[in-house]
Write a protein that binds this ligand. Structure first.
Ligand SMILES: CC(C)(COP(=O)(O)OP(=O)(O)OC[C@H]1O[C@@H](n2cnc3c(N)ncnc32)[C@H](O)[C@@H]1OP(=O)(O)O)[C@@H](O)C(=O)NCCC(=O)NCCS
Length: 291
């Protein structure tokens, strides 16, 4: 049992190394090395994928750093789903599913960044109170959080968070930042974005993304790579674009296919499959460019 499983805190950014028992029936490999030879990269991806298939896993996801000339070589040969520029190289997601596409295909057309103003009647906050537990649990239950996990996160007080409160100071929208040391880079994933049903459609999600990206800019030190994986079924990727984040789509469409399961939106048509595919969604990777 990992430390996070003991505390009930749900983590999205993952840990380093190969994990064939990752959430949502996935094999996940976070490998912080730079590939400068396409043969090495193809070899490592194919052996990882073969082992994942042998173990009967639903999805294999390999995240590593790739040099630009190698990106050009593997184009069309390896299933690159997303790639974020990091100095002259690319943090690259290579992924494949053992089943046909199931998630509802969302609109890829972008929206323009816009001036974001917190509407009147809302308060921006970067700190939690003990009394937030119930409200945060009601926002994050959909991501697999337990009430105890939320309480442990509040008590620990170490997770950077943005909260939008209503006039009665209830937390009605929130998002957190998680970090992972990835070689000599720090990855900062903005995640667990949720807005209460009664407050949706006022652009609060974009304010959360912008404010949390700013808030964490200096928090982790150095120049972190700040990104999010945004649920396309709920239009979260459009909120990120409005907040000025850039799609990681230089070598593909930047979409992680059938990546994660969340009980939101209409749900998928279920076809014959050994895995639970009803709530799988496509996620678009978007990152924070330099301001
Ligand atoms: C995704 C989510 C955070 C967006 O929050 P939001 O503050 O409503 O975001 P926005 O105001 O930017 O609006 C999002 C879209 O919903 C539309 N919308 C308008 N009124 C709405 C309403 N009453 N209810 C829901 N959506 C509405 C907006 O027009 C916008 O659509 P568009 O991009 O086609 O223009 C929110 O829907 C949510 O919590 N969803 C469930 C959890 C989730 O999917 N989180 C994202 C994880 S990556």
């Amino acid at each position: 049992m990992t430390e996070h499983e003991q505390t009930g805190i749900v983590t999205s950014v993952g840990s380093l190394g190969v994990d064939h028992a990752a959430s949502f029936d996935r094999s996940y490999w976070n490998r912080p090395v730079l590939y400068e030879d396409p043969i090495d990269l193809q070899h490592d991806w194919h052996s990882f994928l073969a082992e994942s298939l042998r173990l009967g896993r639903r999805r294999a996801m390999f995240r590593t750093m790739v040099a630009p000339d190698v990106m050009a070589e593997i184009r069309g040969r390896l299933p690159v789903e997303a790639a974020l520029p990091v100095e002259e190289n690319f943090l690259t997601y290579i992924g494949a599913n053992a089943h046909l596409q199931t998630a509802i295909r969302a609109e890829l057309l972008g929206v323009q960044p816009r001036e974001l103003v917190l509407p009147a009647g809302y308060i921006l906050d970067f700190a939690t109170q003990d009394t937030d537990a119930g409200q945060l649990f009601s926002l994050w239950g959909q991501f697999g959080w337990t009430r105890e996990g939320v309480e442990n996160m509040i008590t620990a007080g170490t997770t950077p968070i943005v909260i939008i409160r209503d006039i009665e100071e209830r937390a009605i929208a929130t998002m957190i930042a998680e970090s992972l040391e990835f070689g000599d880079q720090i990855l900062v994933e903005l995640t667990e974005m949720a807005v209460a049903d009664s407050e949706k459609g006022h652009g609060l999600a974009s304010v959360l993304i912008r404010e949390l990206a700013r808030h964490t800019q200096n928090y982790f030190g150095g120049s972190p790579i700040t990104y999010g994986e945004y649920n396309m079924t709920t239009g979260a990727h459009r909120s990120a674009m409005r907040a000025g984040q850039l799609p990681a789509n230089s070598f593909s469409d930047g979409v992680l296919r059938d990546h994660v399961s969340i009980e939101t939106g209409p749900g998928n048509v279920v076809s014959e499959s050994s895995w639970s595919t009803r709530w799988l969604h496509d996620f678009m990777v978007l990152y924070q460019g330099s301001e």
